[in-house]
Design a protein around this ligand. Structure first.
Ligand code: ATP
Length: 209
């Protein structure tokens, strides 16, 4: 089976993650979508949610989508969340499955700053979701990484287990976690940017105030 994995801090998870990810899963005809909250780098110094709260929000959000579940793998590891390492471990967990790691265009543009980035396609395909309002162009290294690996349609990803990069025609949703945290702190409207159950949880836990 094909498993699509969306990693992120999800602080909080929002429709900008969920709508494009659900659209990508359907477009790929993949069997499952996993929301994978990452352990937070220790230097993040704003008053964000705890790992447990971010996992709960991902679990609540997963209920809104079909074939979707939250996965606590990275939160349970006693190490920083390095995607390349996580994908190797997930491949050992599901050796017969094809893994697809989803990321936004802004994240892909910065791929060369990721730990062991040249090995990111060793155990998975990469699928890039469109993201509006991101001006970051791809660096020459990322462009050449893409040119060596690009696929042109979802069926290419079924022919081999890993190693390809595909740009997905996902809906552009102009929402970011930073904008949500800022809106909450300054008393602006924000609830429509995420599922109702997640908004209710944020309110009940007094998050991001
Ligand atoms: P922050 O605003 O704090 O940077 P974020 O909203 O970008 O957070 P992350 O949890 O860091 O959220 O992102 C996880 C993944 O989801 C990344 O690959 C990112 O590119 C992608 N992503 C986040 N928001 C969007 C969006 N609106 N459209 C497409 N992809 C997105």
């Amino acid at each position: 089976m094909m498993r699509v994995i969306l990693g992120g801090t999800f602080d909080p998870v929002h429709w900008g993650h969920l709508r494009p990810a659900a659209a990508a899963r359907e477009w790929l005809k993949a069997d499952a979508l996993h929301l994978l909250p990452s352990a937070q780098p220790p230097h993040r110094d704003y008053p964000g949610a705890t790992a447990k709260q971010r996992l709960t929000m991902a679990q609540l959000a997963a209920r809104e989508l079909s074939c979707c579940q939250a996965d606590d793998w990275e939160l349970c590891q006693p190490r920083p969340s390095y995607t390349e390492q996580t994908l190797a471990e997930l491949k050992r967990r599901w050796p017969d499955d094809t893994l697809v790691f989803l990321l936004g265009d802004d994240a892909f543009a910065n791929l060369h700053s990721w730990h062991n980035w040249l090995q990111l396609t060793d155990n998975a395909h990469l699928v890039v979701m469109q993201r509006p309002d991101t001006s970051a162009g791809w660096s020459p290294e990322v462009l050449s990484f893409y040119q060596d690996r690009y696929a042109t349609n979802p069926t290419d990803l079924k022919r081999r287990d890993s190693g390809l990069i595909l740009l997905a025609p996902t809906p552009e949703v102009a929402i970011s976690a930073t904008a949500i945290r800022t809106a909450i702190a300054s008393g602006e409207a924000w609830e429509h940017w995420l599922p109702l159950a997640v908004a209710d949880f944020i309110k009940s836990q007094h998050l991001y105030r």
